[in-house]
Design a protein around this ligand. Sequence first.
Ligand code: HEC
Length: 104
Amino acid sequence: MSGIRVFTGFVLVSLLSGPAWSAGSAGQGRRLAERWCASCHLVGPGQREASTDVPTFASIARREDLPESLLAAFLSTPHPRMPNMALSRQEIADVLAYIRSLRQ
Ligand code: HEC
């Protein structure tokens, strides 16, 4: 019986810690963000212009109410006033890794 519990625990942990989301590359994410997001969002310190009513990536990174699972779900679907970008799971992981890297 305990074997099943250990197995269930393992499945839960791997679902929650999601290797699919944690394997992103921040460098790749930054390139994606500059290409797809920078027309509206301020995605990094080097950028001068963006829409004023759109949250910056630095502020998104600090939002306590936006866990990465929610961000990932958010990025899998188009958001209002945002073009329909079809990001792959890998690209989403990369963008999230980049946003996470802005948190420091
Ligand atoms: C055409 C403009 C535009 C582009 C391009 C764009 N966004 Fe947005 N984004 C917005 C606007 C506008 C909001 C604010 C939406 C709102 O308040 O409803 C927003 C909000 C967000 C939020 C915050 C969601 C929240 O709940 O507060 C995230 C995260 C986000 N965008 C990520 C991205 C990423 C990642 C990209 C590039 C892959 C991107 N956006 C590209 C316009 C854009």
